[in-house]
Ligand binder design. Structure first.
Ligand SMILES: Cc1ncc(COP(=O)(O)O)c(C=O)c1O
Length: 350
């Protein structure tokens, strides 16, 4: 029976990192989640929205997430018409492809980076091109003018952790005929961001998530900042009630508590530097990271065996079978104590 579109029937589908069932005691350093709880006001805001009997849930949420656009706009220095809220940044990445690339047209991204772009493109029948990296972390063989519809740039790069300099991202924006998406999922842990480029270049879109720096992966919250024409197009095609009531309440509380946010970021960055130092003492090759994770290669370049050694000790990190990445591991930065446990385990594994 021929009931599926042929590209859907033949595609593999994205495989997210392993999520152990709730109750399994792993030290979970495989999905770049934040080790600290969300801002204290988040739980209170969710409970207030719920009320004692959950009556508010009878009613649909605000379709535009208008209050959140205002708060995010104020935070980043943009009019709300430049902001769209999303059910995780994955939703807005998907809708960017749907809005800008027709079947048979092309999008591109960097390999290695976030391979989900490829899955999203395949669903739409959009062609995918990948560009590799040079030894000094620039895009290899990027054309003088890239004619594809979208170029996705994960910066800081995941899983490697380096960040592209803003001047270089600007140069790429000038060389893209279509949209340049700066996927800044991890940028809150970095030193600089590409928001100014959105102001200065009409083809630049920045995407952000609350999953990492705001400790809200479980609520599914993301956003994009772009020219109002692009935001209006994304608004036409998104699910009209894309953020539920509890997510909107949580988002509002999280974005409003910038003191708590900054404190969390500071702790993660400090721990990242301390842990990177420990890894180097153990002979690991560690790429200086701008995210909440490090990519590290053990002395024998056998990432798989270190992964297994950690797994036996109930520590879960990310190992990729891709030959470019398989010598190393991506390790999420947890609390100071968690990283001491991890460093001790790595020392034992040898
Ligand atoms: C580079 C990158 N972009 C986007 C996402 C998706 O984030 P969200 O949880 O907001 O959908 C992730 C998640 O890990 C990511 O690593």
């Amino acid at each position: 029976m021929n009931i599926l579109r042929s590209n859907i029937a033949s595609m593999a589908g994205y495989v997210p990192g392993f999520q152990p069932p709730d109750g399994e005691v792993f030290l979970k350093l495989n999905s770049n989640e934040n080790p600290y709880p969300p801002a204290p006001g988040v739980v209170a805001a969710i409970l207030a929205e719920l009320g004692s009997d959950g009556a508010s849930l009878r009613k649909y949420p605000c379709a535009s997430s208008g209050r959140l656009r205002q708060i995010a706009g104020d935070l980043y220095g943009f009019d709300p018409s430049w902001v769209i809220m999303a059910n995780g940044s994955d939703e807005v990445l998907n809708n960017l492809i749907r809005a800008c690339a027709a079947e048979g047209e092309e999008i591109a991204y960097v390999h290695p980076s976030y391979s989900y772009y490829s899955t999203l493109a395949e669903i739409q029948g959009v062609k995918v091109r990948t560009f590799g990296l040079t030894d000094d972390y620039r895009i290899a063989d990027f054309p003088e003018r890239y004619e594809g519809r979208i170029f996705f740039l994960t910066t800081p790069n995941a899983p490697l952790g380096f960040a592209f300099p803003i001047a270089y991202i600007e140069e790429l924006a000038q060389r893209c005929a279509g949209i340049l998406v700066a996927d800044e999922a991890y940028v809150d842990f970095a030193d600089e961001n590409a928001l100014d480029l959105v102001r200065n270049y009409e083809n630049v879109v920045v995407t952000r998530t609350l999953s990492k720096s705001y400790s809200l992966a479980g609520m599914r919250l993301g956003l994009a900042i772009a020219r109002p024409e692009i935001i209006a197009a994304l608004d036409k095609i998104r699910d009209h009630y894309n953020l539920d009531r509890l997510a909107q309440a949580a988002c509002c509380a999280a974005l409003s508590d910038q003191d708590y946010f900054r404190d969390c970021i500071r702790k993660v960055r400090e721990t990242r530097e301390a842990f990177s130092g420990r890894l180097r003492q153990l002979g690991y090759d560690v790429i200086p990271s701008h995210g909440n994770y490090v990519f590290a290669v053990p002395p024998d370049r056998n990432g798989r065996s270190v992964y297994e050694g950690l797994f036996q000790r109930k520590i879960l990190v990310r190992h990729f079978s891709d030959p470019l990445l398989s010598p190393g591991l991506r390790i999420t930065i947890g609390t100071r104590e968690e990283m001491e446990i991890t460093a001790a385990a790595l020392e034992e594994i040898g």
